[in-house]
Design a protein around this ligand. Structure first.
Ligand SMILES: NC(=O)c1ccc[n+]([C@@H]2O[C@H](COP(=O)([O-])OP(=O)(O)OC[C@H]3O[C@@H](n4cnc5c(N)ncnc54)[C@H](OP(=O)(O)O)[C@@H]3O)[C@@H](O)[C@H]2O)c1
Length: 277
């Protein structure tokens, strides 16, 4: 039995229409529709983990708005796939480094489908290298996209969310463990999200809104391809000895977005194949 978040929570209504189904089929239908009636915004949803999250949230029943910076065609493809699956979807060009553009995108996401229930702070940049190569431009860019943007988007989204709202940010396995040189700037930016998430959880908990952080391990995307030059070494840092598929990260995010996770907040959850074990 699904535990509701309380008044104002949107969620699946299919149960009442399908009471005659056998229990396993009903359970599957519940998962497939557990986000029905919810609207999600995924930043950086045109590629990689963000695209997988957008598709998974739609599979679970949500309508999805996604932002992108440059990849208009890839964003349109994600929108088409979601629409083909019977959900509504919309793509917005918005550079997360520009707070006005980002908050305007959050506001538009809340109006285009009439509400906003789930924010996934996914867009990120991965600027790594020896200390002396990371100048003010790299520092500013990293902090703008990886830290200020999740904060600003959460702030804007919280204004639109009712009880049952979900803020889920994407950190990194290297927030907790920097296993090779060159990660100081990127790791710093992802660790900042731990504090932000705890603060959001405290502040928004009384309103029935949760805030959580997911730390992916090495995940096969354009930024970190599983056949890249250092992939063997990186996979070797995990307990399972391999990269994740983006869909494996999306599965945990979908769970956190669901009504079943109403009591999970302020948490940092590693989906990293044991990288930090
Ligand atoms: N892949 C990994 O191994 C890994 C591990 C741990 C954490 N992460 C984190 O997971 C998140 C996604 O990473 P990924 O590997 O999926 O990256 P990716 O494949 O390079 O995709 C990045 C996505 O973010 C968007 N984006 C980047 N900068 C943006 C900006 N300034 N404004 C708006 N959108 C922006 C991109 O949009 P465009 O397509 O328009 O460029 C794209 O949709 C990041 O936060 C990353 O730090 C990744």
């Amino acid at each position: 039995m699904r535990i509701d978040d309380g008044p104002g929570t949107s969620g699946s209504n299919v149960r009442s229409n399908s009471r005659q189904l056998p229990a396993p089929a009903q359970a599957m239908l519940d998962v497939m529709n557990r986000l029905e009636g919810n609207v999600a915004l995924v930043t950086g949803g045109s590629r990689g983990i963000g695209a997988a999250v957008a598709l998974r949230l739609a599979e679970d029943g949500a309508d999805v708005v996604l932002t992108y910076q440059n990849s208009a065609e890839r964003a349109a493809e994600v929108v088409e796939r979601i629409q083909a699956a019977g959900r509504r979807a919309h793509a917005l060009q918005a550079d997360s480094a520009v707070p006005e553009a980002l908050t305007a995108a959050v506001d538009e996401a809340a109006t285009v489908f009439g509400r906003l229930d789930i924010l996934v702070n996914n867009a990120g940049v991965f600027l790594v290298g020896p200390l002396e190569t990371l100048g003010p431009a790299e520092i500013d860019r990293t902090l703008a996209v990886n830290v200020r943007a999740p904060f600003a988007a959460s702030q804007a989204a919280a204004r639109h969310m009712d009880r049952g709202g979900r803020i889920i940010s994407i950190g990194s396995n290297v927030a907790d463990r920097a296993p090779f040189p060159g990660l100081a700037l990127y790791s710093m930016s992802k660790t900042a999200l731990v504090g932000m998430t705890k603060g959001l959880a405290r502040e928004l908990g009384p309103r029935g809104i949760t805030a959580n952080l997911v730390h992916p391990g090495p995940t096969d995307t354009d930024t970190n391809p599983a056949d890249g030059p250092n992939a063997g070494m990186i996979a070797g840092f995990t307990a399972v000895g391999r990269y994740a598929e983006a869909a494996e990260i999306a599965a945990t995010i979908a769970h956190l977005a669901s009504p079943e996770s109403a009591y999970v907040t302020g948490a940092s959850i590693h989906v990293d194949g044991g990288f930090t074990a």
